[in-house]
Ligand binder design. Structure first.
Ligand code: FAD
Length: 608
């Protein structure tokens, strides 16, 4: 085998979004030698697309706000399936993480008295999202990136990790990409530009690879979200929790087709926008679930008064959690009351002045003007649900972020547990900061405690290279783009926003066929910048993650949060005590039921 490029770190962070950068900074601060690998250019991660803000109970706009209210909102939004300890740490630590960002140079919008301004979002009792216009993610990434670079952390850009390696792995034990070794020893990958391989040796690896949206046809996610970290963790022996819970954001663009799925931020509704059907009716009043009735306005007058006086009025139903709004839009379209292109109308033009809209929502204004030729200050937008976020992810220890595999950590969207059955808007950016930091620190401490470093067998590296190159050795096989399109179609049609047993069984049959097709993928050309080859590698991950979603969704015979069953429309208390974990069993995904961690009484009391 030709000599392959090698690097050695104490902590390797895979992913340079908010979670990865925050983890790397923390690990560096704890004294570790840290490397960051990312599939795209630094600064291009998903986090940069985040618009609305970072949820943190700072109490700047509403003094009544505190971590307990934020904790309660998060658990209720997650339909009580969240890991209580993660939700607690998140609510307690988010304000410090926002203030720290400001100390590092982030320029947040201000209240009239000069405090960090906070805006309303669905499911949050008080205005709680610290923001920078509707470009909060950009500011967050800019700040963390500058700090990481200033600290001298090594960054490997446009470099994709394809496998994790463990101490004691042998070429045979990793034959089917399922690793049998002990502690994490490092990661194997390739440079996207040259196609050359690279090995990172590290006793602690932090996965911060984001989500899985590219398994679906209509999504707000970019090409990078192919579930790599989810698949890498599974193949190393970790489990994924809550995979049936996929968030369909209620408002994605629906027209023109080339931009279908692109996000329309929830801030439009937070700033006064309302949803109407083709009859002009504010239909969300027809869809207020029992669970949220006490705190939701039941008339347009009260809902409109709430924007000015939150103490004496209840929230508009447009600001119910995302799962509720997405289902309502779906129902209106199905009932024939949709907009011309299969969505509904989101109207802020008739409710706020053009100046206000352009100031509060500059990106949305430009997005619609440039991509759809719609002036949102003068006419309504057409919107519909889009696959946006995965609540499910690597099961981790809440305090340290470590998975069941020693030395393997996960933070950010790739980690599971924090958001339960449904994530509240703004709670992802705060999650990245809180758990990115915790995970980075603990990964560094663990590496420092090791007496001997794990080792990697050359044969394991050779086997990983052969697996990556396999599509070049097959002539006239399947085209990766065709397989990707078919996979997205199956997930969209059969395991989408509304699910049924017969359709999911059909999806699982189809996924079995995809396994054969993916085994026959062939690519043409060279290893130098070859997107077809890159996709051929990513497809293994997309398929594995899709199988986890479909199997867990079939198993959960109730509707809850981001999982809606047409054949089991009610929420079932017995299921409210159970999480589903996916693990790899040979080539297949096995799903097991596991009891929820017990919430201590002092937190339980917060729910009355
Ligand atoms: P990312 O930011 O996606 O970073 C993933 C990183 O992993 C990237 O660097 C990628 O290159 C790298 N990577 C992936 N696979 C590999 C691999 N195999 N090898 C090497 N590197 C790899 N949340 C909020 O809280 N508030 C908001 O206002 C908000 N708005 C949003 C708007 C949009 C349009 C979208 C799509 C999401 C929004 N979200 C928001 C959600 C939030 O942005 C994401 O959940 C969050 O940014 C995920 O961060 P992350 O660090 O986990 O992953």
């Amino acid at each position: 085998m030709t000599e392959i490029e090698r690097h050695s770190f104490d902590v390797l962070v895979v992913g340079a979004g908010g979670a990865g950068l925050r983890a790397a900074i923390a690990a560096h601060d704890a004294g570790a030698r840290v490397g960051i690998v990312c599939k795209s250019l630094l600064g291009k991660a998903h986090t940069v697309m985040a618009e609305g803000g970072i949820a943190a109970a700072m109490g700047n706009v509403w003094q009544e706000d505190n971590w307990k209210v934020h904790f309660r909102d998060t658990m209720r939004g997650g339909k009580m399936l969240n890991h209580w300890r993660m939700a607690q740490l998140h609510a307690q630590e988010a304000p410090d993480r926002v203030r720290e960002l400001e100390e590092w140079g982030a320029l947040f919008d201000r209240t009239p008295d000069g405090l960090i301004s906070q805006r309303d979002f669905g499911g949050h009792r008080y205005a709680r999202l610290a923001h920078v216009g509707d470009r909060t993610g950009l500011e967050l990434i800019r700040t963390l990136q500058q700090r990481a670079v200033a600290l001298g952390i090594d960054v490997f850009m446009e470099c994709t990790v394809t496998e994790l390696v463990k101490d004691g792995d042998t070429a045979t034990s990793t034959d089917k990409r399922v690793s049998a070794g002990g502690r994490i020893a490092g990661a194997f990958g390739y440079w996207r530009e040259s196609g050359r391989f690279v090995l990172f040796e590290a006793p602690s690896v932090v996965l911060a690879t984001g989500g899985i949206g590219k398994s679906y046809k209509v999504t707000s996610n970019s090409w990078e979200y192919t579930g790599d970290g989810h698949a890498l963790a599974l193949q190393s022996g970790a489990s994924l929790v809550n995979m049936e819970f996929v968030q369909f954001h209620p408002t994605g663009m629906v027209w023109p087709p080339s931009v279908k799925g692109i996000l329309v931020t929830e801030s439009v509704r937070g700033d006064g926008g309302v949803l109407r059907n083709s009859e002009g009716r504010r239909f969300m009043f027809d869809y207020i679930p029992e669970f949220f009735k006490a705190e939701t306005a039941d008339s347009e007058d009260e809902a409109d008064r709430w924007y000015e006086d939150k103490t004496n009025n209840r929230r508009p139903p447009e600001l119910l959690p995302r799962d509720e709004v997405a289902r309502a839009i779906n129902a209106e379209v199905k009932a024939g009351r949709g907009s011309p292109h299969g969505g509904v109308f989101l109207d802020i033009a008739s409710r706020r002045t053009p100046e206000y809209i352009r100031r509060r929502l500059p990106s949305m204004y430009h997005q619609f003007k440039e991509l759809a030729d719609v002036d949102i200050t003068a006419e309504p937008m057409e919107v519909g649900p889009t696959c946006h976020y995965v609540m499910g992810g690597v099961a981790v220890d809440p305090d340290t972020g470590e998975s069941a595999v020693p030395g393997l950590y996960a933070a950010g969207e790739v980690a599971g547990g924090m958001h339960g059955a449904n994530r509240l808007g703004g709670n992802s950016l705060s999650d990245l900061l809180v758990f990115g930091r915790r995970t980075g620190l603990n990964a560094a401490y663990a590496a420092a405690r090791l007496a001997t470093r794990p080792s990697i067998d050359d044969d394991v590296v050779r086997a990983a290279s052969e697996r990556a190159l396999a599509p070049f050795g097959i002539e006239g096989g399947e085209n990766p783009y065709g397989v990707q399109q078919d996979l997205q179609e199956v997930m969209h049609n059969l395991v989408g926003i509304i699910r049924r047993e017969d359709e999911m069984r059909q999806a699982l049959d189809d996924l079995t066929k995809f396994k054969e097709r993916i085994g026959r993928l062939s690519v043409e050309g060279h290893r130098q910048y070859n997107p077809g080859w890159h996709l051929a590698i990513d497809l293994h991950n997309m398929l594995l993650v899709s199988e986890c979603i479909a199997r867990a969704a079939l198993e959960r015979t109730e509707s809850r949060g981001g999982h809606t069953r047409d054949d089991f429309p009610a929420t079932d208390d017995a299921w409210g005590r159970l999480n589903l974990h996916c693990r790899l069993d040979g080539d297949d995904v096995a799903v097991t039921r596991e009891p929820l961690p017990e919430m201590p009484d002092e937190l339980r009391e917060l729910f009355g």
